[in-house]
Design a protein around this ligand. Sequence first.
Ligand code: MOS
Length: 740
Amino acid sequence: MTQPSTSNVIGQPLDRTDGPLKTTGGARYAAEFRLPGLCHAVMVLSTIARGRIVDLDVTRAEAAPGVLLVLSHRNAPSLPDHGRAAFNPPAGRALSLFQDDEVHYNRQPIAVVVADTFEHAVAGAALVVAHYAPQPPRLDFAGERAQAYKPKNVNGKPADASWGDIDAGERVAEVRVDAVYTTPMQSHNPLEPHATIAHWQGDQLTLYDATQYVSGVRDTVSKTLGIAADDVRVVSPFVGGGFGCKGSAWSHVVLAAMCARNVGRPVKLVVDRQQMFGPVGGRPYTRQRVALGARRDGTLTYVRHDLVAHTSDFEDWTEPSAVVSRMMYACPNGTTTHRLVKLNTGTPTFQRAPGEATGNFALEVAVDDLAVALAMDPLALRLRNHAEHEADTGKPFSSKHLRECYAQAAERFGWSRRSAAPRSMRDGSELVGWGMATASYPAHRMGASAHAALSPDGSFIVQSGSQDIGTGTYTVMTQVAADALGVAPSRVRFELGDTRLPHAPVSGGSMSAASVGPAVQAACRQLRAMLIARAIADDASPLHGAAASGVIVDGDWLVVRDEPPRRESIAALAGRIERPLEASAEAKPGDEGERHALHSFGAVFAEVRVDADLCVIRVPRVVATYDFGRPLNAKTARSQLLGGIVWGVGFALLEDTVMDSRDGRIVNANLAEYHVPVNADIQAVDVTFVDFPDLTFNPLGIRGIGEIGITGVPAALSNAILHATGRRLRDLPMTLDRLL
Ligand code: MOS
C-alpha cells in the first residue's frame, strides 16, 4: 500500500477524545457501575504482621443490620490449588483468599463483610474480632541482609550478569568511587484506588474492575476459581491512574467474585485509601552498592552494581535496579547482582519504572561522584562514556539519540553557565545547585489485536481490548486509526477496556502504544483497502472502474487522485453497503529484540535552592529532553513526562512508607502523612523531545513514554543538592533533616 497519508494527524497535540466525558462526569469508573441489587463489601485486614488466626469472632458482625455475609477462612470455599492456580510470577500474584489461618503481614485481608449498604458493611467490618497467635515478625531490612538470597530471575532477566573482566577493570582504574544508596518503601496512590464490582449471571461472571490489564484479570480470576476463561468478562473503560499496582489482579478482585457468588447478588468492593498501603503492593526497600572506576581521562574501566531489596515471606518479587547498569554506559567490564530478603510485608510490585527509578538514582549519583573525583563536568563525563551498544549483550541500540537530548536540554537549561565548585552559586540566603542525570527506560512491546468497522453513517469504530489508564490510549489510538484510514480523528470512535474486544497486552511496562498501535494501524489500513475496493466495484459509485492504486482517502472523501472531480463521500458509499465492512489484524514484535537493544533515553537538568540556615530544599526548575522515537501526540506525551518528573521530585524529596518496627503497621497510611508533591512543590518544568522515529522497533516508530519521566530526576536532584551544599545525600527521601 503506497497511499500517502493526508490526515497528517500523528504527533498533533489533539485534545483527549475522552476529555469531555471526564470533565462532565460522564466517564464511568469501576466503582460507579450501577446494578440492581448491588451490595457492598468491606475488607477486614490483619493487625499483626505474622502468626495465625486462632479465633475469628464474627457473631456480632453477622448479626449487625444489613449484613449478608462475613467471608473468612472459616467459611470460604476451597479453591483449586489452595487458591494459587494463577500464581505465576512476576505478575500473577500469591493472593490472600482465606484458604488458611496464616497471617504474613500487617493489613493482610482476613475477612470480607458484605451488606446491603456501604455504611452497614463498614459498621459490620468494625465488629469482626480476630484473636491471633502472633510470632515475631521479620521487619528489619538492614538486619536481615545476612539472609539475602539470589532470586530465580528478575522480571525474566538473569539476577546476575557480568561482562568483561571486572578484576582487570579494577586494576587499571585510576579513580574510583564506591558507595551505598538506599531507597524507602513507597506506596501506590493513584487518584482512583482499586475497585471491583462482581456480578454473576448463572455461571457467567462480569467484573467491572479498575485495572491495567482486562484479560489478565480474566485469566487470574478464571484460573483461581477454576472456571472457564470464556465465562469471565472484565470491563474497564476508564481507570483513574494505574502505575503498576493495577497490573496484577490482587486478592480483593477474587474476593469480590467469591462474595458475589455466595450472596447471589452483585458485590462492590472498593479498596479504601488506607488499604492501598499493604495488600496491593508498592516499591520495596532497596539497598544498592555502586562502584565505578575510570582512567584519568574519564573512560570507565568497570561498573559494579549490587542490589538488595525486600520481598514478602510468601512470594519473590524483585526490584530490578541493577539492570540499568548493564546498558547505560560504554564500560568494558561489569558485574551486577540482585538479592532478596524476606520481610513480613505485603508483596512489593511494579511501581512506575520499577528498577530504573531506583537503579538509575544510584548509578547516576555514582557517575556524578566520579565527575567530582575526576574534576570533570558531569555531562562531559557522560559523553565520554556514551554507549553505542548494551554492555552485557553487545547488542546495538535500535535507535538512540541521547546526545541530542543532552545538547537540547543543556542549552535550554543554560548548563554552560554553571560554576563547577560546590557552594559557588549562592543567591542571598539560598544555596543554588545545578545537577543533571541521564534518564532511561526499556522499550517493551507485545502482540496485540484490533478490529475496525465502517458504520452506516460513514464513521468508523475501532476496537482493541487495551486500557486507558489516564495516559491517553483513547486519543492516540484514534490518531493512529485516523491516519491509517485517511480520515479526520472526529470520524473515528476508539473503544477499549473490555475482554470481549480483541486481545491486547497489559498497560504496563510503557508498552500499550507500541503494542496496540501497530495492530490498529494494520486493521485500519486493511479496512481502507476494502473501502476502496468496494467503491470501484460498485457501479453506483463515481469511482466505479477506477484503478485501486489510484484511489485515495482524503478526509470524508474517496478520490481518484489524478481526476479529483471524480470522488464520492465515505458516508454516501457507506449508506449503500448492507453488511458492515470490517477488518481485524494482529501485530506482533519480530526478532528485532534479538538483534537490537531497545531503550528510550533522556537528559534531566535540575536546579535546587537550599536555604542556608534551615536547609529547606526547593526545586525552582527542571528541564528535560527525551528520545522515545516518534511522538504520537505532543500534548499527551508532554503530560506523561511532566507527571513523571513531578513523581520524580516526590520520589527524591518526599515519598516514604514508614513501618512500625514492632508490628509492621504502616503508620502513615494516608495522604496527609504520606507526602507527595503539591502545586507549591512544583515550579517550572520544561519538557521537550527529539523526534526520531524508531522504525526498527515497530512500523509506527514509537517507543513507550509512560515511565521514563520519573527516571533521572532523583539523581539530578541529589547531584544539584551536592552542587548547592557540598553535601552528598545517598538515602531517599532527601528530607531537610538529612542536610542539617
Ligand atoms: Mo508500570 S510500573 O508497568 O505501570
